[in-house]
Write a protein that binds this ligand. Structure first.
Ligand SMILES: [Zn+2]
Length: 315
């Protein structure tokens, strides 16, 4: 890739969404195209119940890192993303198609009672064992988790990244910074619910949703200020979280939370690449001070006009 360098320009890798669900919210092929059309070059698919991405041919310009079916406890939240067959934990871990294993630790955030979260599925000892088993075959754990207790246990169990993390405490974020644990807060997924396009929520529920995402923005700002490795993970494909456009939305909320735009862009690109351990991805040269949307437009242009080899990873 040719790059024009000037004194005021910086180079970054291409944008990375560290948490999407290509099989949710529409046809996977179209969803992948929506990601590219928004300027996203790399996605990590965070749970695909039937491993249906195995047999699909997706646009080659999009690098897709897949976790396959998620690990959840039968009878608990997660059957729509998880491995529903009777396999042992080591069999499930061995089947995951990349070096990332998705574990569901808790349920969803309640919109009826502020601070309430669906119950924890795995004890600290069980989660630690899953992390150990994954590490034994060279894999890392990304964990769906809400509630501070569960977040803290996940960090202590040695997970690689926290996904969502609603109600996390300042002290837990400090532990994450110290241990180098990544965090994808997926704040747009909550913020979008407050717009309630389908008129689904009551006034009281909307007040709780608003409170949830305002608190989350505060934690994102604190996380950034205290050295937590944030990433842009949108949870695209879940309700009210469209593929593609949610990437800009998540970045804009980070900026609204008080993170400088150049830092948001670094989080959206460099941190995502580091989380995935990707090397040698094409670099995008940007001028400082450009709005986030125009940076994404630039990466979109490059994706449309640069020939990239097929990079369907870890297949
Ligand atoms: Zn998700």
């Amino acid at each position: 890739m040719s790059q024009k360098k000037s004194s005021q320009s910086l180079t970054f890798p291409m944008p990375v969404d560290t948490h999407v669900h290509l099989t949710l919210g529409g046809d996977p092929f179209e969803n992948a195209h929506r990601q590219l059309a928004a300027g996203v070059a790399v996605v990590r698919d965070a749970g695909d119940r039937d491993a249906s991405l195995d047999g699909l041919e997706l646009p080659s310009a999009l690098t897709v890192v897949r976790t396959g079916p998620a690990i959840f406890k039968k009878g608990s939240y997660g059957s729509f993303l998880g491995e529903n067959r009777d396999l042992t934990l080591s069999e499930i871990i061995a089947r995951t198609p990349s070096s990332f294993v998705k574990v569901i630790l808790t349920g969803l955030v309640s919109f009826d009672v502020y601070g309430e979260v669906g119950r924890q599925q795995w004890s600290f000892a069980e989660l630690s064992e899953i992390v150990r088993m994954a590490a034994a075959v060279g894999k890392k754990v990304m964990v769906h988790v809400n509630s501070d207790k569960a977040c803290r246990e996940a960090v202590n169990a040695g997970v690689h990244s926290l996904e969502h993390g609603y109600f996390i405490a300042f002290e837990t974020l400090e532990m994450m910074a110290e241990k180098g644990v990544y965090w994808a807060p997926t704040v747009a997924a909550m913020a979008n619910q407050s717009r309630d396009p389908d008129g689904r929520f009551s006034v009281d529920q909307l007040a709780i949703i608003e409170r949830n995402y305002k608190r989350h923005m505060e934690m994102i700002q604190f996380a950034h200020a205290n050295g937590v490795k944030l990433t842009i993970g949108t949870d695209s494909g879940s309700y009210n979280v469209p593929h593609g456009s949610s990437f800009l939305r998540e970045m804009e909320i980070f900026a609204e939370a008080g993170i400088p735009v150049t830092e948001v862009w670094r989080i959206a690109t460099e941190n995502g690449r580091q989380l995935l351990g990707l090397e040698g991805e094409p670099l995008l040269s940007i001028d400082q001070g450009q709005p986030l949307a125009s940076l994404l437009d630039k990466s979109k242009f490059l994706l449309n006009h640069q020939c990239r080899p097929p990079t369907f990873l870890f297949r």
